[in-house]
Every structure is written in structure tokens, then in C-alpha cells.
Design a protein around this ligand. Structure first.
Ligand SMILES: Cc1ncc(COP(=O)(O)O)c(C=O)c1O
Length: 351
């Protein structure tokens, strides 16, 4: 703390990302990255772009990428906003739709960036307890004063809420914006994007970081009514006109155009997920029903933190949260078949 710090800096409580270790031998199952490389056309698009245009600023409106995303999701370009990872799109959304003095609501166990943004932008928040089975208590999110945000599937629980429950949350907050953070939706059921023409208070946020293997390029996007998109654009253009760089833009566009690659890699991850759940259950884990590219699991007798330490020593990184109700769980990203085989083998030896 220093006397030179602004009040904004003083009230921050920064997010702590999962460790990124440089050792390539580590099996990294701690940040829900995709174990497969992006579509080969992504590399080609990046090389072509590097060969010619890096001395020029990227398009501030990102029309090419927005129209590709719009086409893929069956909406119009004016209903799409793109940003530097969905974390940035989330931050802009907090600024655009939530405000100091009006309490927003989100689940008590959820993406840990939401309280971080709330503190940064001085937005009061209420954390709504999850049900005993870790599903979201939808009714507790009805009638918020300042707005609602929740991920679907939720993180770190991995549980997907069906679209009718999501729709009831949107209907029951008619005067505020409801943000559905769909970072993991491609591993789950139908998206709330289909509801944006029915509800002008719905903003859906997705990312290319998970299903499209582009965590390193940082491209996230929001889909919603054009008035909401205009608000996000006004925030962006009051902050930095060029949040998505040229390479990220062409990479994300190429990833969206290769639907076969998406289907193939998502299919492999889901199959590996099913196999891993089965194996962990054999080893006496309780695993929450996952609709994401990660599992949330607790062992019937071994403590999560001991298992976390053991796995780290053995060269496998998973995520442990030292928070109430979930401190005896591990969040395990789904890797390749081989990585999961090694994980199961090591855990088998320990338990
Ligand atoms: C629920 C949720 N939302 C958003 C993000 C951020 O994704 P990105 O900024 O890479 O698009 C993550 C990343 O793990 C997440 O788990």
C-alpha cells in the first residue's frame, strides 16, 4: 500500500490464475486448457497475416471476425462484440451494465473473477448459496437489484443448468441485465444464444480459449441485443480501440471456420471425460456430473490437499481451492487419453 495509490487500486483483490509452469514435462490439468492444438488453418492464417500486415493497426470494429462468429451462431454482426479474452469482455460488461450502489447477485461457488471485478468497479454483490447437490438455486437469483451473472456450465462445479432454468432467471430479472458466461458451453447442452431475440436484457459471453484451443490468443466475445453490444463498444472505445490484435483476429476467424476440427476435438474430450469419471469412481471418488472439459471430484477418504501435493510432486498439476464447501475437492482439466491414464495410475498408487 502506498499513499500514491488511487482508491481503485487500494480496493482491488486481484485474481490468482492457475500456475503456468515452463517445464514441458509437467502434465498440466489446472487451467482447463484444451490438450489439442487448434485447427491447422489457424497456423496458416497467422503466418499469412505476419507476412504482410503487422505494421498496420488491426480493425477497431473487427468486422471480419464478428461476421464469422455471427454466421456460426445464427445472429447478426450487430449482435456480436469481441474482446481480448472473455475476461476482458466480462470486465467491460461489469462496467457497462452493473453499477455502484446496486447490488448484483451471483452463485457463492463460481468463477472467482466475479468478486474481483465487483471490487474493482465498486459494485456491491450478494453470493447466493448453491443447493446441496451443487446445482444453482435459480429462484434465489430472481428479482436482483443490480443484475445477475453466472456461468453455465458453472465453474468449478462443471454442472450445466438446462435452458428452461436459465430462461426463468432472465424472465425474473426484467429490469436488469443477466449475463450468462458460457466459457464451457461447447462441451455441454444448448446455448442461451437462442434466447437473445426474446430477451433484450440477456448477454451471453463465450470464448475461443476452451473448445477452440486458443487460450494463448485471447479472444472472447459477447452476444446480445444491439443496444447491449453498443454499450460494450462505447466502453471499449473509451478504453482501447484495438483490444484484439491482428494475429488473434485471423486465428479466431480460422478456428470458427473449421467446424470439423471443433467437433472432433470436443468429441475426443467428452469421451476422455467419460472414461476418467468411470476410473475415478472405481478409485472411490465422488465426481459431480460434468458438462465441461474438467471434473470436480472428492475422494471418500483421502484429503484433497494431500492428493494435490502428491500429484504436484509427481509432475501433475490440478487445481485446489481453499474455500468453504469445496476445500476437499480437486478440479481436474481433461487432458489427452495418455495424460489421463497417467493421472489415474498415479492416483491409484496413492489411494
Ligand atoms: C467461467 C469462466 N469464464 C471465463 C473464463 C475466461 O476465459 P478467457 O479469458 O480465456 O476467454 C474462464 C477461464 O477459465 C472461466 O472458467
Amino acid at each position: 500500500m502506498s499513499k500514491y495509490w488511487s482508491d481503485m487500486v487500494k480496493r482491488t483483490d486481484p485474481y490468482k490464475p492457475g500456475e503456468q509452469l515452463n517445464n514441458p514435462r509437467i502434465i498440466k490439468l489446472n487451467t482447463n486448457e484444451n490438450p489439442y492444438e487448434p485447427s491447422p488453418s489457424v497456423k496458416k492464417a497467422i503466418v499469412d497475416e505476419m507476412d504482410s500486415r503487422l505494421q498496420l493497426y488491426p480493425s477497431p470494429t473487427a468486422d471480419g471476425l464478428r461476421s464469422t462468429i455471427a454466421g456460426a451462431l445464427n445472429v447478426s454482426m450487430e449482435e456480436v462484440f469481441v474482446g481480448n479474452g472473455s475476461d476482458e469482455v466480462l470486465a467491460f460488461s461489469f462496467m457497462a451494465f452493473f453499477q455502484p450502489g446496486k447490488t448484483i447477485r451471483f452463485p457463492s461457488i463460481t468463477y472467482s473473477f466475479y468478486p474481483v471485478y465487483s471490487k474493482l468497479f465498486a459494485i456491491p454483490y450478494e453470493q447466493v448459496a448453491l443447493n446441496d447437490d451443487f446445482t444453482i438455486d435459480g429462484e434465489a437469483l430472481f428479482g436482483s437489484e443490480g443484475g445477475v451473472i453466472l456461468p453455465n456450465p458453472n465453474a468449478p462445479t462443471s454442472i450445466y443448468e438446462d435452458l428452461s432454468s436459465i430462461e426463468r432467471i432472465i424472465e425474473n430479472n426484467p429490469d436488469t441485465v443477466v449475463i450468462i458466461d458460457e466459457a464451457y458451453i461447447d462441451f455441454a447442452g444448448p446455448s442461451a444464444v437462442e434466447l437473445i431475440h426474446k430477451y433484450d436484457n440477456l448477454l451471453v459471453i463465450q470464448t475461443t480459449s476452451k473448445s477452440r484451443s486458443l487460450a494463448g490468443m485471447r479472444v472472447g466475445y459477447a452476444i446480445g441485443n444491439r443496444n447491449l453490444i453498443e454499450a460494450l463498444t462505447r466502453i471499449k472505445d473509451s478504453f482501447n480501440s484495438y483490444t484484439v490484435d491482428r494475429l488473434a483476429m485471423v486465428a479466431a476467424k480460422a478456428a470458427f471456420e473449421d467446424k470439423a476440427h471443433l467437433q472432433e476435438t470436443v468429441g475426443k474430450i467428452k469421451a476422455t471425460r467419460d472414461w476418467t469419471v468411470h476410473e475415478l469412481e472405481q478409485l472411490r471418488f465422488d465426481v459431480l456430473p460434468s458438462s465441461a472439459n474438467f471434473l470436480f471430484a472428492t475422494h471418500q477418504s483421502v484429503k484433497a490437499v494431500d492428493l494435490y501435493d502428491y500429484l504436484k510432486k509427481e509432475g501433475i498439476l490440478v487445481r485446489h481451492f481453499n474455500s468453504p464447501r469445496i476445500d476437499n475437492y480437486l478440479r481436474i482439466s481433461i487432458g489427452t487419453d495418455e495424460q489421463m491414464r497417467v493421472l489415474v495410475e498415479k492416483i491409484g498408487k496413492y489411494v
